[in-house]
Design a protein around this ligand. Structure first.
Ligand code: BTN
Length: 256
């Protein structure tokens, strides 16, 4: 870790009703917005938001890369001190739910592929990567990647079919989506000690991708098959298997 500081002043954004500002740093290109924050957890302010028009080394979950051509939304937020760990792990679910709220207002139906993806029209529209650490004090970084436009080359997605932007005449600018989401995040989670999904279990449960369907969940060497029924208060996925209901705190879902 270093004490690298950003080379320019951020745009300060404060929403009416929000207690604090966000500090938005915009770049044409970065290796990764999350990595930018990672190397500056000691020098960047709480509620820093780093956005890039493209990334050259975007990262996804499980060590995957995240293709990040121009036109998509790539942004990461830094919270320092980070929320209690149990709240941090649920933040990705809240962000996914907020993305679905935003889409819903434009007549687009988004589903949450537990634990951190948003699916539209059967394809992955967005993914969230949440990470935390303890240097120089507890911090958390949540990175959001969204395939805003109809772009080829996004992992797990060939882009959205034309006409999928519902109420929007054309895909909205990534920065507009980002602002909208930050405002929603402040409203839904005004205090980082709050459980991010306490009020949203029903909403998230009703939007679960493959709800009521048979799935395979893969967690390391372990695989289980069962029907998705919802999430519990911890944000764990509930699956009814042949040996009863099981809850999973991590794993990768695949339809059977
Ligand atoms: C996933 O679905 O695996 C999560 C993808 C997260 C990608 C975003 S793009 C902005 C931020 N910077 C990164 O390098 N990764 C996240």
């Amino acid at each position: 870790m270093s004490d690298l500081a950003p080379l320019f002043d951020p745009e300060q954004i404060r929403f009416s009703g929000s207690r604090n500002s966000w500090f938005l740093y915009r770049f044409n290109e970065l290796d990764s917005t999350s990595d930018y924050l990672h190397s500056r957890t000691d020098s960047m302010p709480d509620r820093s938001v780093v956005m890039a028009d493209s990334q050259t080394a975007g990262r996804g979950r499980m060590g995957r890369s995240w293709a990040s051509p121009q036109g998509g939304l790539y942004a990461s937020i830094l919270l320092r001190p980070g929320p209690p760990l149990e709240n941090a792990s649920r933040l990705a679910l809240l962000i996914a739910d907020l993305v679905c709220d935003l889409l819903g207002e434009s007549g687009i139906s988004g589903l949450i592929k537990w634990p951190n993806d948003v699916i539209v029209g059967g394809r992955k529209l967005a993914g969230i990567l949440s990470e935390s650490g303890n240097y120089p004090g507890p911090w958390m970084i949540a990175g959001l990647g969204m395939n805003v436009a109809h772009l080829p080359g996004i992992p797990d997605s060939r882009g959205l079919p034309p006409g999928h932007w519902g109420g929007f005449a054309q895909p909205p600018l990534p920065v507009e989506i980002l602002r909208n989401l930050l405002e929603r995040l402040d409203a839904a989670w005004p205090d980082r000690n709050m459980d991010p999904i306490g009020q949203r279990l029903e909403s998230i449960g009703s939007r679960l991708w493959c709800r009521g369907q048979l799935v395979r969940i893969v967690r390391g060497p372990e695989t289980a098959t069962g029907t998705v029924t919802g999430i519990d208060q911890e944000g764990h996925l509930l699956i009814v298997t042949s040996s009863g209901t099981r809850s999973f705190d991590s794993g990768e879902l695949r339809p059977v």
